[in-house]
Design a protein around this ligand. Structure first.
Ligand code: SAH
Ligand code: SF4
Length: 394
């Protein structure tokens, strides 16, 4: 009998309050901010009101400077700037695709870098946010999964990606006004680097901030969390976040799913489906998105499509077919367009919506599952440049 490789989540999260520095107000829940203000000397009776004021400055109007917070007294502002910072990740580079997709490389504490992608569409815009540096899981078709270094992002670093994008899009409403309905950044998908359910608390706190009615104000229906299938956290996601759920399904037998999405060895298809069945009711969301990457000759037959229909029977679902995005050295090929459409047709006739995801930002390597390669390549070329110039360390 073979023993499944252990699936670990031995990643670390840096503490919110660095031992020798001021604490970052960004990423704190309202309760945590209240406690921090009381510790800083704000009277208990006033703390809730102060949180409300500071919250609005930070999340409604995008202000990062305590001095601009004119409804706080001067001495309070000085105290706050002694003890706290309002910090988001720093943008290292930005690339804009021919189709308008923007890819940002941002630097977080420790010098790590993660990628964030903004995808403009007709009447809306989606931000693809990362939850970890790299990923502990090793899905065989995903380039992020081949990255060795992994660390959880803090809630500040997760919501900070949204704030960074709003900065770049120039989308903070003027002080005293509220966000308009038609937004450039109207949706968030947790589909960047990392497995969001292996960083549950930070993802939850960040998404709660994104949904808070006195700030960024995104409806929970406009936030989609994608998981590879961390079964024990699915019920919690419904209860504590309540956003839309997408699941990286990708196969219709355990044998194939074991090789594509190795977390399947820990929680198999039957266990995953059981957890998914109760999700829409508990979270009061409409339907679950099943992501299905189309890999030539691996998971794309008519039989697969029919098996998929049987498996999801009774679950309110949409099947999102993702043409495989190739990366250098990838062990798979993308299914042909004909194959993808034949597959989509069977699903559609079975009564489910089966959109084929249009790859966006391909010219800047911003498509799903490609996020590692661009950064690594940039690093390599920097190294190469240094080597060519004879300045590499011996
Ligand atoms: N870790 C989470 C979310 C990040 S990946 C998850 O796995 O769900 C976001 C989506 O992109 C997932 O459905 C993932 O399976 C898919 N993906 C990864 N690599 C891909 C590639 N090379 N081509 C197409 N889709 C890919
Ligand atoms: Fe991690 Fe998702 Fe990539 Fe799998 S597909 S390695 S879970 S980021």
């Amino acid at each position: 009998m073979s023993v499944a490789a252990p699936i670990t989540q031995d990643v670390h999260t840096i503490p919110r309050k660095l031992p020798d520095g001021p604490a970052n107000l960004v990423g704190m829940t309202r309760d945590a901010m209240r406690a921090a203000l009381i510790e800083a000397g704000v009277a208990e009776k006033q703390a809730k009101m102060r949180v409300g004021q500071i919250w609005q400055w930070i999340y409604q109007w995008g202000v990062r400077d305590f001095d601009a917070m004119t409804n706080l007294g001067k001495s309070l502002r000085a105290d706050l700037s002694d003890r706290f910072v309002i910090e988001i990740p720093e943008v290292v580079s930005k690339q804009v695709s021919e189709d308008g997709t923007r890819k940002y490389l941002v630097r977080i504490a420790g010098g790590h870098e993660v990628e964030v992608v903004y995808i403009p569409e007709e009447g809306r815009g989606t931000l693809c946010v990362s939850s970890q540096v790299g990923c502990t899981l090793t899905c065989s078709f995903c380039h992020t999964g081949t990255q060795k270094l992994v660390r959880n992002l803090t809630s500040a670093e997760i919501i900070g990606q949204v704030m960074m994008a709003r900065d770049d899009l120039g989308e903070w409403p003027e002080h005293g006004t509220r966000t308009q309905d038609a937004r450039l950044l109207s949706n968030i998908v947790l589909m960047g680097m990392g497995e969001p359910l292996y960083n549950f608390e930070n993802v939850r706190d960040a998404m709660k901030i994104a949904m808070d009615p006195e700030g960024i104000q995104l409806s929970r229906r406009r936030i989609t969390l994608s998981t590879s299938g961390v079964v024990p956290e699915i019920a919690r996601t419904a209860q504590e976040i309540g956003c839309q759920l997408a699941v990286s399904f990708h196969a219709t037998t355990d044998d194939v799913r074991d090789t594509l999405v190795p977390i399947n060895k820990r929680w198999n298809i039957a266990e995953l489906l059981e957890a998914l069945r109760s999700y829409p009711k508990v979270s009061n969301s409409e339907r679950i998105t099943f992501e299905y990457v189309m890999l030539n000759g691996v998971n794309d037959t008519d039989e697969d499509a029919h098996r998929l229909l049987k498996l999801i029977d009774g679950i309110p679902a949409k099947i999102n077919l993702i043409p495989f995005n190739e990366w250098p050295g990838a062990p798979y090929k993308r299914s042909s367009n004909n194959r993808i459409h034949a597959f989509a047709d069977i699903i559609h006739k079975g009564g489910y919506s089966s959109p084929v995801r249009k790859p966006r930002g391909e010219d800047i390597m911003a498509a799903c599952g490609q996020l590692k390669s661009a950064t690594e390549r940039a690093r390599k070329s920097r190294r190469q440049i240094e080597a060519d110039a004879g300045i590499a360390n011996a």
